[in-house]
Design a protein around this ligand. Structure first.
Ligand code: SF4
Length: 345
């Protein structure tokens, strides 16, 4: 009798365990399927279309602001890959107001993409590096334009404080607001080498100060930084995956004229990534970050007249196609290697 009872208990435990395993597998499968079967990653256009129900485009703005890593507050040299334009359009230097840049951008992007709504993207230099009243004037000039549904503010993690975050938090009650923090790498030795002027902890503090305010956070990272191996870059992916970040821009490090990086490159002390290497790294990176992290960019966009190397970086659509093909060949997708416990998916 006792043996029968034991066998009955063992059998039931086995059945319960099998049921649990099946449940876990289903849960795992549900969380690990491609988010977008066409692209295999959660691209920004899809995200914006889901939120707004139409094509939304960012209008790139140059507000004539500076950067503490250029004006002497931190350094006068800037990041080693940044030239005097500070990734800017140069529109401010041409005397174009924010309103004029917005109106021109709207016309251009409505024609080209049939966009119906717009985000004002303050891109050039550091767009929180000014007194809060001045920033308020600039942001509100952009928000006053018809069909503008929000802001995207590109900045450094050491250039936000409570009044600025309070201002953005207020906008976030009525608009779609992103803040884009340049991280580039989680490795302090790399950040020192590229003269970022801040460390990883500074980025973590900025993210902590920004979260729970309704402001969406986007991190910029760069692949191919000097002295970084594949393992360094994937450590950055894993660290970012664990943080409360809503979006990411993955850039290729390319060499532009008039930068410290150009000197290193010409001296043979910096070697650019090959296209194939970059594509593989991007796919590895995507596999490690959560599926709900919006991918705002997958490569760089060099100015052809300013580019020194690598030449292949001008072939943006070819690189994007190679990324898509590589994910398909691997049969992998964004988040494929994220463990469930990383973000409690
Ligand atoms: S923080 Fe941005 S604008 Fe400033 S030096 Fe670096 S790349 Fe250039």
């Amino acid at each position: 009798m006792c043996q029968v009872l034991d066998e009955f208990i063992i059998y039931n435990c086995f059945i319960i365990r099998v049921k649990q395993l099946i449940k876990d597998r289903v849960k795992l499968k549900m969380n690990f399927e491609p988010v977008n079967t066409k692209k295999r990653y959660y691209d920004f256009n899809t995200y914006l279309r889901t939120v707004f129900g139409c094509r939304v485009q960012k209008i790139t703005l140059d507000a004539g602001l500076s950067c503490p890593n250029r004006d002497g507050k931190i350094s006068r040299k800037g990041c080693i890959y940044c030239n005097a334009r500070g990734s800017g359009t140069g529109a401010y230097a041409k005397g174009l107001s924010i309103t004029k840049q917005m109106v021109d951008g709207k016309k251009r992007l409505s024609r080209r993409y049939k966009a119906r709504k717009f985000l004002a993207y303050f891109q050039s230099f550091t767009n929180t590096y000014a007194p809060v009243d001045k920033l308020k004037g600039l942001y509100e000039e952009a928000l006053a334009i018809d069909d503008v549904v929000g802001l995207s503010i590109g900045t450094r993690p050491d250039c936000v404080d409570e009044p600025i975050l309070n201002l953005l938090q207020e906008y976030a009650k009525y608009y779609h607001v992103w803040i884009e923090y340049g991280l580039q790498s989680i490795h302090d030795a790399t950040l020192a080498l590229i003269n970022r002027g801040h460390d990883f902890q500074c980025f973590q503090k900025a993210v902590d100060a920004t979260k729970n305010r309704g402001i969406k956070i986007c991190a910029h990272v760069i692949l191919g930084l000097p002295d970084e191996k594949r393992s360094h870059m994937l450590e950055t992916a894993k660290a970012v995956a664990k943080m409360e970040i809503d979006g990411i821009k993955i850039h290729l490090l390319y060499v532009v004229k008039g930068t410290e990086l150009e000197k290193l490159y010409r001296q043979g002390r910096y070697k650019c990534l090959e296209q194939e290497e970059y594509v593989d790294l991007v796919c590895d990176f995507l596999e490690l970050i959560p599926q709900d992290m919006v991918i705002q960019r997958l490569t760089g966009d060099p100015h052809p007249k300013e580019l020194v190397a690598p030449e292949w970086s001008l072939q943006k659509s070819e690189t994007l196609t190679l990324i898509k093909n590589t994910l398909e060949r691997r049969d992998s997708w964004q988040g494929m290697k994220v463990k469930l416990e990383i973000r409690n998916l």
